[in-house]
Design a binder for this molecule. Structure first.
Ligand SMILES: Cc1ncc(COP(=O)(O)O)c(C=O)c1O
Length: 477
């Protein structure tokens, strides 16, 4: 007998003109809710179908009602357990309900401390700013002021673009192919994805897309191309107010800019007096193995955007880090009712203090990244015709499939086995591992085992027999 939830989400083929396999993965579930056995539970569940907008996306790929979450695990209302390799698209780097951060948050609420304060000064904000200064910025030789924007990543991007335009008096912004920066108008204008851009409903102006590192293959020097376009007074590209990029392109397919490419981009921006914006909303806060994704290159962007995992707890929170001389805002010139979320200040400060005070967490990330990469590479080596390569850096890595449809069914099959894992890339051809950074080695392996079993089922046989390197875990207190 079906549970209430299975009943709700099951396909009722008799009622449908299209079969399940005809549907786009994002259509699965909602449009074909079962009408069988209308128990009270089922009727209640239909609230999503009837009253939530069609704009839902993740909910279509993972059609269950989730109820509890701890660390890297989620449970649905029927008590079924899932491993979370999506982690709020990078917003839960420190896991669901991280106990260290939860304790601080509950204490803060119990004390009737300030929750909402516009941009008033609070003790929670003070503690966060001090932690950011002492634990993150100063040790890395970075001197930024912090602008707290509305709590979405897109709002931080809007603010970054606005301040760059205001300071330089220029309007054009250079973005990169396959970049993703959010879906508000300004952020969309520097985003590549055609479907998202079309949804704007108006032309998206004042930006010029340039080829990202590796866009034409590893041998084409796209910095030389950009330089030529900026040098040539007749190229048609206006001197930009900013260059904006992701060091690892989270939605665009885990394309990763090489160290040398980043250094040359920074040098070019300095030469031409163009502010360099690194959007570290997805790749930052430890995801690529260091707090900022650009650290291995030793570059110092003029502006950095952070959001997603900045609170450490999945709370809405964004900041724009601005080189001091560029902070030319007039009071209130960019604002927002929810700029500065005190609950997020509390958990963010606790996250910085607990995980980033010394190098132990970074060492652990390093060991996990090597283990993860080793296992994914072994899978690519086993199925060389179906799996193209391993992409990304740190714990922001995935596998590119030869056939996007196979990537879609891998994600679907993994979900049936209790693993939540999403896709990215221009054709959604990359299956992307984004487990919490705090997931244990056992949890990493459990998820990877599911993935490998899915590939065996999809591609048949046992592929080519290869081993994978074993890296010992490094314990962090
Ligand atoms: C690199 C990057 N920038 C900006 C955003 C937009 O953030 P938000 O969805 O919070 O507006 C995202 C979201 O995925 C992102 O990955």
């Amino acid at each position: 007998m079906l549970t209430a939830q299975e009943n709700y989400f099951a396909f009722d083929d008799a009622d449908q003109s299209r079969s399940e396999s005809d549907l786009h993965p994002y259509e699965c579930g909602f449009s074909t809710l079962a009408r069988r056995g209308a128990s009270q539970d089922v009727v209640d569940n239909q609230v999503f179908e009837q009253f939530e907008s069609k704009v839902q996306s993740y909910a279509r790929a993972f059609p269950r009602i989730f109820d509890r979450a701890v660390g890297a695990e989620l449970w649905d209302v029927d008590g079924r357990r899932y491993l979370d390799f999506l982690a709020g698209a990078g917003s839960l780097n420190y896991g669901h309900n991280n106990p260290v951060l939860k304790e601080k948050l509950v204490d803060y609420i119990q004390q009737d401390a300030v929750t909402h304060s516009l941009d008033l000064h609070t003790s929670a904000k003070q503690r966060f700013i001090e932690a950011m200064r002492d634990i993150i910025l100063a040790p890395r030789g970075l001197d930024y002021v912090m602008q707290f924007t509305g709590p979405t990543g897109a709002n931080a991007v809007e603010a970054a673009l606005k301040i760059a335009r205001k300071v330089t008096g220029r309007s054009n912004v250079i973005s990169f192919t396959n970049g993703f920066h959010g879906v508000s108008m300004g952020a969309l204008a520097v985003t590549g994805n055609e479907t998202l851009r079309r949804a704007a409903g108006v032309p998206l102006h004042n930006t010029t897309p340039m080829p990202y590192d590796g866009y034409f293959g590893d041998d084409v020097d796209t910095i030389a191309y950009l330089e030529q376009m900026l040098d040539d007074p007749s190229s048609g590209v206006d001197l930009p107010a900013a260059v904006i990029l992701e060091v690892v392109q989270g939605e665009g397919g885990l394309n990763t800019a090489r160290i040398d490419w980043l250094r040359r981009l920074e040098a070019l921006c300095r030469l031409k007096d163009i502010p360099l914006i690194v959007d570290d909303i997805q790749a930052g806060c430890g995801r690529t193995g260091t707090f900022f994704s650009f650290e291995p290159a030793g570059i110092k962007p003029d502006i950095v955007t952070l959001s997603k995992s900045l609170s450490g707890y999945g709370l809405p929170f964004s900041v724009v880090l601005i080189r001091r001389e560029l902070d030319q805002w007039k009071p209130g010139e960019h604002n927002g009712t929810f700029r500065g979320n005190n609950l997020a200040f509390v958990t963010a400060a606790a996250m910085l203090e607990h995980y980033w005070r010394d190098g132990r967490f970074e060492q652990e990330l390093n060991a996990k990244s090597r283990h993860l990469r080793g296992r994914l590479q072994a899978m690519v080596d086993r199925f060389p015709s179906e799996l193209v390569d391993v992409r990304g850096r740190g714990l922001m890595i995935g596998i590119r499939f030869a056939d996007p449809a196979a990537a879609a069914s891998a994600s679907k099959l993994a979900f049936e086995q209790g693993l939540i894992i999403e896709r990215c890339g221009p054709k959604d051809e990359v299956v992307k591992c984004m487990m919490p950074l705090t997931a244990s080695f056992a949890e990493l392996d459990e998820g990877l085992d599911i993935l490998e079993r899915v590939f065996e089922a999809q591609f048949g046989g046992h592929g080519r027999a290869v081993g994978y390197p074993d890296f010992s875990p490094v314990a962090v207190a």
